[in-house]
Design a protein around this ligand. Structure first.
Ligand code: FAD
Length: 418
């Protein structure tokens, strides 16, 4: 089967797609690699968009992902896939062209959820692309009052940058603490305190009903009728997998492209589709360590899963079973998380304290340590990451420092390396 693989088409020219291309070449694949992307920008890093790009510390040129000529890529930018014909093994593009493939990597990521997009109200932003970040940066320069809808990581990072630029900032969140879905309320409360101490107003447990303004946004309307004044709004209520182009293709979709444990895509009957794989924010796969189907929106996962998906195209069938990891930088704090948090987890502080905002919180489920949140103790992350991968009992003894770098890569633990 591998011998017949002469043309791999990768749809989605970002970290998962580029990582798949790199893995194919490193494994010795010498056929054609087409990397197709809807954006006109060459592949770039997204994490700095809500951090250094927004502050102006990083310019557009400095966030580009290194490609290297040795990849011998056929990079096709500004081309959006609109459909997939599995029988013909072709992808349809906007404009009518079709591109055939032997192997296909689906790496189209996710797009912001924005219930009020149709109003096209000036002053209202989402943040996913470099163009979004530059537009928001320009908006911040002229604005006085920012309302961030949604206290997820992207929203909280934007709030922190805006506060540091002197704007009056309000963050509105439906749940009772920031990051509650990802981290639970105990660590969420520490994040809330961080924001309050920096002067960001928090409206927790509040539901947004709409936006005020006609020629430009003037406020955010809560479902109580209250209007929070704003001349700039960020809608940061999450992202949905960018899989619309796969509707009716025969690919199984369930809030993401449904894959087996080794990134092979399933059809709507549950069968694995020959040499079609998926990776990154768009993919949902069975994770044996957690015994669940997961879709993970983290940078490190997209990079590692792109590699795993490419190797699957080359015949590798080992399950892809990483311990998920992400980080967020807000104000002067770094918050990292490894593993998987469930609403029912037990959470205990194993090192440091919430009050000093320097701590490790371990997450347990069924007597097993399944996650760890680390605030401002980045040197402790690798050891807890290892412990979660080993399925350690909960509550865990604080582990000894890791002697050698383990995933997550040491590079991602350094601020600004993203
Ligand atoms: P994406 O990066 O979303 O790339 C998908 C690409 O596919 C896009 O370029 C898109 O234009 C293209 N595409 C979509 N549809 C089509 C189509 N039909 N045809 C052709 N191309 C298409 N993670 C962390 O772990 N830590 C962080 O601090 C962090 N910060 C972040 C800050 C921001 C502002 C954002 C937006 C994300 C952040 N993330 C962070 C998440 C991380 O960036 C994502 O998990 C990662 O980018 C996912 O990579 P991907 O390649 O799967 O998808």
């Amino acid at each position: 089967m591998t011998a017949a693989l002469r043309r791999v088409l990768i749809v989605g020219a970002s970290i998962a797609g580029l990582s798949a291309a790199r893995a194919l070449r490193r494994a010795g694949y010498d056929g054609e690699v087409i990397l197709l992307g809807a954006e006109s920008e060459p592949p770039y890093k997204r994490p700095p968009l809500s951090k250094d790009v927004l502050t102006g510390a990083a310019g557009p040129g400095s966030v580009q992902l290194r490609r290297g000529d040795d990849l011998d890529l056929d990079l096709r930018l500004g081309q959006r896939a609109t459909g997939l014909d599995l029988a013909a093994r072709e992808v349809a593009l906007a404009g009518g062209a079709r591109v055939g493939f032997d192997g296909l990597v689906i790496a189209t990521g996710a797009a912001p959820v924005h219930p009020w997009r149709d109003r096209r109200l000036p002053g209202v932003h989402t943040l996913r692309t470099l163009a979004d970040a530059l537009a928001l940066r320009a908006g911040l320069a002229d604005a006085r009052r920012l309302v961030v809808i949604g206290a997820g990581f992207v929203g909280a990072e934007v709030a922190s940058v805006a506060r540091q630029q002197g704007l009056d900032v309000t963050m509105v969140e439906l749940l009772r603490s920031p990051h509650a879905t990802a981290l639970g309320h105990k660590v969420g409360a520490a994040a809330a305190a961080l924001h309050r101490d920096h002067g960001t107003h928090l409206r927790l447990g509040a539901r947004v009903g709409g936006l005020a303004g006609t020629s430009r946004v003037t406020g955010v309307v809560l479902d109580t009728g209250e209007v929070i004044p704003a001349d700039l709004v960020l809608v940061g209520i999450g992202a949905a997998p960018a899989t619309g182009w796969l509707d009716d293709s025969g690919v199984a979709l369930a809030s993401g492209v449904v894959c087996d444990s080794a990134c092979a895509v399933r059809d709507t009957d549950g069968a694995v589709i020959d040499r079609v794989v998926a990776a990154g924010d768009a993919a949902r796969w069975y994770h044996p360590l957690f015994g669940a189907d997961l879709r993970v929106e983290h940078w490190d996962n997209a990079a590692a899963q792109g590699k795993a998906a490419a190797l699957r195209l080359l015949g590798e069938t080992r399950p892809y079973a990483p311990v998920p990891y992400f980080w967020t930088d807000q104000y002067d704090s770094k918050l990292q998380f490894a593993g998987l948090a469930h609403p029912g987890n037990e959470v205990t502080i194993t090192e440091g304290s919430l009050a000093t905002r320097s701590f490790v919180a371990a997450y347990g489920r069924g007597g097993v340590t399944v996650g760890a949140a680390v605030m401002n103790m980045p040197h402790r992350m690798a050891a807890y990451h290892r412990l979660i991968g080993a399925g350690a009992a909960f509550p865990p003894e604080p582990p000894p420092p890791a002697t050698a770098p383990v995933a997550p890569k040491a590079s991602v633990l350094r601020k600004g390396s993203s």
